[in-house]
Design a protein around this ligand. Structure first.
Ligand code: ADP
Ligand code: TRP
Length: 323
């Protein structure tokens, strides 16, 4: 592998991938292939903190592999793999757990959220940020493209790398997050953050008919066609904006403000704009999704590339700590 900076990211196989995942993580991650060496993986160890269904776990793993293939990930020159195919990451997690303060984990958003809802907290959920830090550090990653909601995890990762280097001498690369501010949080059908856990998603690769139907279901206020509308307060416009160029954005915003557009028409325009970008990848996705041998081959070749680096970094760390 060459002298390009390395970009790494992960996504959990815990549900049907949606437009929020696409805009917040998958699309920017794939674009980075031009300028970076990229390592992307399916975070199946992390998925175990919330999933107890082995069949679904395998199904969503296949979905994600086919999605990255359909969107143009170049598997020859970059690595796409399963987190659990690199068991070294669990060893590194143990080593870094020993320099992680419990207080820092108690301040993590996901943990605090679970506590405030009086949910049962497993050790897996509590230690989630350490495993995530190791996912990043074990590949000497320079950049990590993620959605806004992962910012704190990246701060924890940097803290742990700096702390390790301070205690044992330089061994870990301190990574930087790449967060696209303009697509920071994509709203779902009900206006809240689009998320598998809220049941408000627009699936990335449903059939064209289901895709259109989902867009038609986006919640809006009850303003009539000729009332002036605020584009910035509308989820349909928020989605349109992520797929349209500046001129199209401005034209639609102008019609909203002038009271020259009903939400039905806006939704239809939104569907057309999104479908223009996603139509072709959807077809490729449908072809690849059932080709199990191809999907397995992609993950095996990614595993072989990732494991070489993971072993080097783990050995470096073992050596530093005296193992
Ligand atoms: P979910 O909330 O649906 O469970 P994940 O937590 O699996 O999604 O997120 C996978 C990736 O997609 C992360 O990088 C996350 O920041 C990004 N992401 C998820 N939902 C959104 C959203 N609504 N807007 C922008 N990015 C998102
Ligand atoms: N926590 C991330 C999410 O919920 C998934 C993830 C696990 C990840 N390990 C990672 C993302 C390492 C970036 C880098 O979306």
């Amino acid at each position: 592998m060459g002298a390009k900076p390395r970009s790494l990211s992960g996504i959990k196989p815990t549900g049907t991938p949606h437009l929020g995942n696409y805009l917040g993580m998958i699309k920017p991650a794939i674009q980075l292939q031009k300028t970076h060496e990229t390592f992307y993986f399916i975070a199946d160890y992390h998925a175990l903190t919330s999933t107890r269904d082995p069949e679904k776990l395998r199904e969503y793993t296949n979905d994600l592999t086919a999605i990255f293939a359909a969107l143009g990930m170049d598997f020859e020159n970059h690595a796409f793999f399963r987190q659990s195919d690199i068991p070294e990451v669990t060893e590194l997690t143990w080593i870094l757990s020993c320099i992680t303060s419990k207080g820092m984990m108690e301040r993590a958003h996901a943990y605090k959220d679970a506590i405030s809802k009086e949910q049962d907290v497993s050790m897996g959920l509590f230690c989630y940020p350490v495993l995530m830090a190791c996912d990043i550090l074990i590949y000497d990653s320079n950049f990590v493209p993620v959605g806004q909601d992962q910012r704190q995890h990246l701060e924890i990762t940097r803290d742990l790398a700096i702390r390790f280097n301070h205690l044992y001498g330089d061994a870990l690369v301190v990574p930087e997050a790449i967060i696209a501010e303009d697509v920071a949080t994509i709203p779902g059908l009900d206006g809240r953050k689009m998320s598998k856990s809220y049941g408000n998603i627009i699936p990335l690769f449903a059939s064209e008919k289901q895709f259109r139907k989902a867009i038609m279901k986006i919640t809006t206020d009850s303003k009539s066609v000729d009332e002036a509308k605020d584009p910035e307060a509308c989820s349909v416009f928020a989605l349109f904006k992520c797929f349209a160029d500046k001129a199209d954005q401005e034209a639609l915003a102008e019609r909203y403000r002038a009271g020259d557009m009903g939400y039905g028409e806006a939704k239809q325009l939104c569907f057309e704009k999104l479908n223009a970008e996603l139509h072709e990848p959807r077809e490729i996705y449908q072809q690849i999704r059932n080709d199990q041998a191809k999907l397995d081959g992609i993950l095996e070749s990614g595993r072989d590339k990732a494991r070489v680096i993971a072993r080097q970094v783990t050995d470096r760390v073992r050596n530093k700590v005296g193992l």
